[in-house]
Design a protein around this ligand. Structure first.
Ligand SMILES: Nc1ncnc2c1ncn2[C@@H]1O[C@H](COP(=O)(O)OP(=O)(O)OP(=O)(O)O)[C@@H](O)[C@H]1O
Ligand SMILES: [Mg+2]
Length: 494
């Protein structure tokens, strides 16, 4: 018997005009964590969808537990013990935890009658497998992303999974939740289950994986033990270039603040928040989940009315009551959850990018020239290496990370005074992350005032010359300097 659980050789897959996978080889051993890494659009999710039977491969061989598998369908994948936890988690938000856990087996076993007792037993069994406790009657939609994920893992275990695939499971998790997830992953591993894990976060990959498979442009570039790679080798394999952490050096910070927030309060969200922001400055706002940082940002963008306090913009007190008004006041906001809040998937990439700069693009009498939209979109395609052959394709044809890039372009192409970025590089690969950082530095040095809200402390320290730390809705610390140590921030966060 082969030492591998799953072996794939010479896998090819094309979509109209795009070679997503070009003779990819991949193998995973039982009881090991294999990390699949590579730039946005290199084909990771496509490979996962071939393993799980969502897409059919054009070419290549698949061997599972020593047996060649000619055609994988989703049902066949489940029968073999392959379970995928997609980023959207494929849960039913309006059902309870118990119902979510029981529903699949009820359907596959062809049960016709609802038996609460049986459902409850199934659900309890699932949770006990990873020693996880949660209220079975809680509605799925109301759980945190981390809890949803654990429920999804429990559900996978109900199918006697031998291979669990997680496509970017940590993007929406905080550090603490990642630790909890990794604890579960180690438990699964000890019980002989193979885990395939997709992530863009170098530190996580080095922490959790035994083996790593790196892809670039649909091809394998490295496969082997993680321990044999340095972090530099790793990024080099991924991007084909050396990356440097260039700290932001503010060049011309304005004397007068462009934005002044005084004693701002929103009940149960944040209290007595005061700070100033100058042109040319990049201010970091960090804190644990629930610290009020996102709610504060939403209020500045007209999505959440403060109960008291004032906001002054360019010396004038303003009330920001809607995003449209915020935009008129030249404030932009890139939300955390871009895939649901920031994108029209069934619209061309070009239209998505130019959506908020239509005013700038429309010439006399408000007419829009189609070519101008395409030209503008192509500039951003180049700047961020957005992986598409044609900006007229729908946004839905882009990979996850490339979708993130178009939402960012949409706001960065706008003429603004204040830009608030919530987790600007979540889901974006390390190379693109650096490009985005450089661009933000440039925009700041041209006079834009930027607020970066982020959990990723390395991102905060590289970009911000001033950092505000929030806890339980209040500002609990402020750090200044061109090279703020991460440890200093951690000290205050908790
Ligand atoms: N349904 C589709 N139609 C057309 N092209 C597609 C489709 N799905 C994926 N692609 C293309 O295939 C390539 C690989 O995409 P894939 O989603 O596998 O990338 P990825 O490695 O998961 O990237 P990311 O890190 O951004 O999630 C991309 O160029 C993408 O645009
Ligand atoms: Mg993907």
């Amino acid at each position: 018997m082969s030492e591998y659980l799953l072996q794939m050789t010479g896998i090819c897959k094309s979509f109209a005009g795009v070679h997503a996978l070009d003779h990819v080889n991949f193998a995973i051993r039982p009881g090991k964590v294999m990390c699949l890494a590579g730039e946005n659009g290199c084909g990771k999710s496509t490979l996962v969808k071939i393993i799980s039977g969502v897409y059919t491969r054009d070419e290549g061989e698949v061997v599972f537990e020593g047996n060649p598998i000619s055609k994988i369908t989703p049902a066949e994948a489940t029968r073999l013990g392959i379970q995928v936890i997609y980023q959207d988690l494929s849960i039913f938000p309006n059902l309870t935890v118990m119902e979510n856990l029981a529903i699949n087996s009820e359907i596959t076993e062809g049960k016709k009658f609802v038996n609460r007792k049986r459902w409850e037993a199934t659900a309890k069994e699932a949770l006990s497998k990873i020693g996880y406790e949660i209220d079975l009657q809680a509605k799925m939609g109301e759980l945190s992303v981390a809890d949803k994920q654990l429920v999804a893992i429990c559900r996978a275990l109900l199918f006697n999974a031998k291979l669990i695939i997680m496509d970017e499971p940590t993007t929406a998790l905080t550090k603490r939740e990642v630790d909890a997830l990794f604890k579960t992953v180690r438990q699964l591993k000890d019980s002989g289950i193979a885990i395939m894990f997709i992530s863009h976060k170098t530190e996580e990959i080095f922490e959790i994986s035994d083996d790593v498979c790196i892809m670039r442009n649909g091809k394998n570039v490295y496969a082997g033990p993680t321990a044999e790679l340095t972090r530099q080798d790793f990024t080099f394999h991924m991007t084909g270039r050396e990356l440097t952490d260039d700290h932001f050096v503010p060049k011309n910070i304005s004397k007068e603040p462009v934005l002044k927030v005084e004693h701002l309060c929103q009940k149960n969200k944040y209290q007595d928040v005061s700070f100033e922001l100058r042109k040319g400055e990049i201010l970091g706002v960090t804190g644990l989940l629930g610290s009020g940082r996102t709610e504060l940002a939403l209020s500045l963008f007209g999505l959440g009315k403060p109960d008291s306090g004032t906001i002054t913009l360019n010396g004038q007190e303003v009330k920001i009551t809607s995003p449209i008004q915020a935009q008129k006041l030249r404030i932009g906001y890139v939300p955390e959850d871009r895939l649901t809040e920031g994108l029209c998937l069934q619209q061309p990439i070009a239209d998505n990018i130019t959506l908020s700069s239509l005013k700038r693009l429309s010439k006399a009498m408000g007419f829009l020239r189609h070519q101008d939209i395409l030209d503008d979109a192509n500039i951003w395609k180049e700047k961020f290496s957005i992986a598409t052959d044609d900006v007229r394709r729908f946004a839905s044809t882009l990979s996850g990370g490339n979708q993130q890039k178009i939402v960012l372009s949409k706001w960065l192409s706008n003429d603004l005074d204040v830009l608030i970025l919530n987790g600007p590089t979540v889901g974006v690969d390390v190379g693109a992350k650096q490009d985005i950082h450089h661009l933000i530095h440039e925009l700041a040095n041209e006079g834009l005032a930027v607020i970066i809200i982020s959990d990723d402390l390395s991102e905060v320290v590289v970009n911000c010359s001033r950092v505000i730390v929030m806890r339980d809705g209040s500002i609990v610390g402020e750090l200044t300097g061109s090279d703020i140590p991460e440890e200093d921030i951690i000290e205050i966060i908790r």
